[in-house]
Design a protein around this ligand. Structure first.
Ligand SMILES: Nc1ncnc2c1ncn2[C@@H]1O[C@H](COP(=O)(O)OP(=O)(O)OP(=O)(O)O)[C@@H](O)[C@H]1O
Length: 218
């Protein structure tokens, strides 16, 4: 199993007292699997993704990723997992404005010490970005920028891809097209994909689907 989440709990301290956002979440994901995570606004989907991505720490439960218990790692260990095992795509593209597309795509892989020029070229080609490689992000459309962000995430060949509404800024046709490309590439690399979405149509493109409600998987 690539990812096993067991009895995961997270409580936020707020002005109105403690708020138990995750109250014992269980889920698992195999390598090569795609899983959609749905749930109403505020149900804790982003919180769950942040915990699995090692960006925040839970208050209880376990996350085992690629054989490593994330909850037993210190900050440095989690940072290493983020760099070496996990790729994250957010709704905001977060491209680096001063870098050409070609260097944006390679950025994360270079940081991880795993740059592979041929694989970056393949990603660019599959994403239809070859004519844009010398351009800067501001010269691209929103859909093109999102494809650059996805290529950048896949360049270091992460074992697990976490995506939070990755096509939320695109119209429905563009979103479906970008997701189809992402699913193809993720499946080809044998990674697992966990994607948060509000769209039934996009969730329907994935192999499995889970719904988060009242802090647990319904
Ligand atoms: N750092 C924080 N401190 C306090 N409360 C928080 C914090 N982060 C999130 N929350 C609260 O926790 C709940 C879950 O937030 P989260 O962003 O995980 O939900 P979500 O399901 O991703 O929502 P959406 O679909 O609207 O993005 C919300 O009620 C939010 O206000």
């Amino acid at each position: 199993m690539l990812l096993t989440v067991t009895d995961l709990r997270k409580t936020y301290a707020t002005a109105d007292g403690d708020f138990d956002v995750l109250r014992g979440v269980d889920l698992s994901l195999d390598a090569g699997q795609t899983l959609a995570l749905t749930g109403e606004s505020g149900s804790g989907k982003s919180t769950l993704l942040h915990l699995i991505g090692g960006l925040d720490v839970p208050d209880g439960g376990r996350i085992v990723l690629d054989g490593t218990d994330l909850t037993a790692l210190d900050d440095a260990g989690r940072a290493r997992m983020r760099r070496e095992t996990v790729g994250v795509v957010f709704q905001q593209f977060n491209l680096i404005p001063s870098l050409r597309v070609v260097d944006n795509i390679a950025f994360q892989a270079r940081l991880a010490g795993r740059h592979d020029g041929a694989w970056c070229d393949t990603l660019a080609e599959r994403m239809g970005l070859t004519p844009q490689l010398r351009k800067y992000p501001e010269q691209l459309s929103g859909g093109q920028q999102q494809r650059v962000a996805i290529a950048r995430t896949l360049a270091p060949r992460p074992r697990l891809v976490l995506a939070d509404e990755p096509t939320g800024n695109l119209d429905e046709a563009a979103a479906a097209q970008v997701l189809a490309l992402m699913l193809e590439l993720v499946t080809d690399t044998g990674a697992g994909l966990l994607m948060v979405t509000h769209s039934d149509r996009l969730a329907g493109q994935m192999q499995r689907r889970l719904h988060l409600s009242r802090g647990v998987i319904a």
